[in-house]
Design a protein around this ligand. Structure first.
Ligand SMILES: CC(C)(COP(=O)(O)OP(=O)(O)OC[C@H]1O[C@@H](n2cnc3c(N)ncnc32)[C@H](O)[C@@H]1OP(=O)(O)O)[C@@H](O)C(=O)NCCC(=O)NCCS
Length: 410
């Protein structure tokens, strides 16, 4: 069926000409320079490189410095994605940042990134669906594009998991890392792009994986603990999450391919959330697929939650594992419980190389945005509104790593 649809120059759903499709036209990633190996971890908790590698497939992860934050990593990933797409910040209509480690309850991390990019025509919001967040966000952006309400959307998955990890808990701290990935989606009349999406949730399993926050019944106060959970720190029932993941990943990939009108065997590559290499091995067995069908880079990054799929996507494209017209799938799962799978038909033959002038225009936009933020703050300060000037995020210099408020291991 897939071959017939391709030959006819139509998407697998057989949509008519004139229909708007949402294509990924840019991709970018950013990870902190600092690498923490399993041996480094064994100096913090009782564990070993052998245990971590054999149970999870993870060798090392990247950890944010005190100059980096969710928004600064997201900003760098977004700038890289805009370069590949050769899109100017003012052309963006919508920015969605999927994250569980937002800079604030509000303003949205997406709003900080919007200001730093100088994306003055964009709406921006954060999306909370834990490790499924990126797939949810791509679907929201694709819907906005298909409905005609947006032409260009920027979707970011960004996390500083190191700041919500309980570094005394060896069952969780070995798994996670920091990083960000981003994609630019653009409206096109060419069939393809996002073809289907399965978004699911089972809040009944919410207690298996979570981070108590403000407004939570889970805690008695900011530091007090009522059930072993700690404010702002992740808790997880690893064995139960493992069982949940192996069940829903295969199931949702099958549903998403069915919705797209193709077979699982038509997929060229599956870009899954990177949680545990053993989960992917188990899913590959259940779908009777070769393990190489699953993009995996968990050994170098660990679980970067909402950032893991766009980071893996970038590396898959760079490695030449995705070509024009290929059918690929994203699949995410995690806190909520939530899970999501999506099928896309890749439309971009080669990464578009930005012209020198367009790159310079983007750099100018970033500098202008920083200047504007600085001027706004200075003017508020002059008029005596000190609350604003103290609490606002400072725009990072283009190419620099901005500050964050907390050290990574508190
Ligand atoms: C967390 C996880 C790696 C644990 O692996 P596991 O094989 O289930 O291990 P268990 O929890 O059964 O623990 C086995 C033993 O190893 C010990 N152990 C746990 N963590 C350890 C560590 N980091 N180093 C050494 N030993 C450890 C346990 O205490 C237990 O010891 P015991 O047998 O003496 O009681 C695994 O359950 C997992 O990956 N789950 C999914 C988590 C996930 O993906 N979360 C994110 C979803 S988005």
């Amino acid at each position: 069926m897939a071959t017939t649809a391709k030959a006819a120059g139509r998407g697998p759903l057989g949509r008519a000409a004139g229909q708007i499709y949402a294509h990924i036209v840019g991709w970018g990633m950013a990870v902190p320079d600092r690498v923490m190996t399993n041996d480094d971890l064994s100096a913090i908790v009782e564990t070993s490189d052998e245990w971590i590698q054999s149970r999870t497939g993870i060798r090392e992860r990247h950890i944010a410095s005190d100059k980096e934050s969710t928004a600064t990593l997201g900003l760098r990933a977004a700038q890289n994605a805009l370069d590949v797409a050769d899109v100017q910040p003012t052309d963006i209509d919508l920015i969605i940042c999927a994250t569980s480690t937002a800079e604030h309850a509000f303003p949205a991390t997406a709003s900080l990134i919007q200001a730093w990019l100088g994306a003055g025509n964009a709406g921006a919001f954060d999306l909370s669906a834990a490790c499924s967040g990126f797939v949810y966000a791509v679907q929201m952006a694709a819907q906005a594009i298909r409905s005609g309400s947006a032409q260009v959307a920027l979707v970011i998955g960004a996390e500083t998991m190191s700041r919500v990890i309980d570094w005394q808990d060896r069952g969780t701290c070995i798994l996670f890392g920091d990083g960000a990935g981003a994609v630019v989606l653009r409206a096109s009349e060419a069939p393809g792009g996002v073809l289907s999406a399965i978004l699911r949730s089972d809040g009944g399993g919410g207690d298996l994986l979570g981070i108590p926050a403000f407004g939570s019944l889970d805690i008695d106060g900011v530091t007090a603990i009522s059930n072993g959970h700690k404010f702002g720190k992740m808790h997880m029932n690893g064995a139960e999450v493992f069982k949940f993941a192996t069940r829903v990943v295969g199931e949702s990939i099958q549903q998403a391919t069915q919705q797209a009108g193709i077979q699982v065997s038509d997929l060229k590559l599956i870009v899954p959330h990177q949680a545990n290499a053993r989960i992917l091995q188990s899913v590959a067995r259940s779908l009777k697929l070769n393990e190489s069908m699953f993009m995996s880079n968990i050994d170098r990054y660990g679980n970067t939650s909402a950032a893991s799929i766009p980071i893996a996507l970038c590396e898959a494209v760079q490695a030449g594992r995705i070509q024009a017209d290929d059918y690929i799938a994203f699949v995410g799962f995690g806190g909520g419980l939530s899970w999501a799978a999506m099928v896309l038909q890749w439309g971009q033959p080669q990464p578009a190389s930005s012209s020198f002038i367009n790159r310079q225009r983007r750099q100018f936009s970033y500098r202008l945005a920083a200047l504007r933020t600085g001027l706004l703050r200075a003017s508020r300060s002059l008029t005596g509104d000190r609350t604003d000037s103290r609490s606002e995020e400072k725009a990072p210099e283009p190419g620099s790593r901005a500050r964050s408020e907390r050290p990574p291991f508190q």
